[in-house]
Ligand binder design. Structure first.
Ligand SMILES: [Zn+2]
Length: 114
């Protein structure tokens, strides 16, 4: 389950930010997760609940924003909504497109208790 390694990575980032700020705990964390990333929401939440135990994020509120996918056709330049990687361009049918949104996996904000 690769969600667990992603979660551990996020916890790492959040804890080091909190430590830098001299905080004792993370109160709330907000994440942007692209719908075209490889994260499976259910697996992610299960992994999260297990991984935050005994960390500074144990009682942190988790807010996840699932960012929808967007691609740009490299043939005709049309920008379109993507539900899956390799969705064809709706204008010309080309399968060649560049993903411009939806693969991100980032910490948007962290609120801490000091
Ligand atoms: Zn196109």
């Amino acid at each position: 389950m690769h969600e667990l390694s992603i979660v551990l990575n996020i916890i790492d980032i959040a804890e080091s930010e909190a430590v830098k700020a001299g905080a004792l705990a993370v109160r709330r964390i907000e994440l942007n997760i692209g719908k075209l990333s490889t994260v499976e929401p259910m697996a992610f939440e299960v992994a999260w609940k297990q991984a935050v135990r005994n960390t500074m994020l144990e009682h942190a509120g988790l807010v996840t924003n699932y960012v929808s996918g967007k691609g740009k056709c490299t043939e005709c330049g049309t920008v379109f909504g993507m539900n899956e990687l390799f969705d064809p361009c709706p204008a010309c049918g080309s399968f060649f497109s560049e993903v411009i949104q939806g693969r991100e996996l980032q910490v948007k904000s962290i609120n801490i208790d000091s």
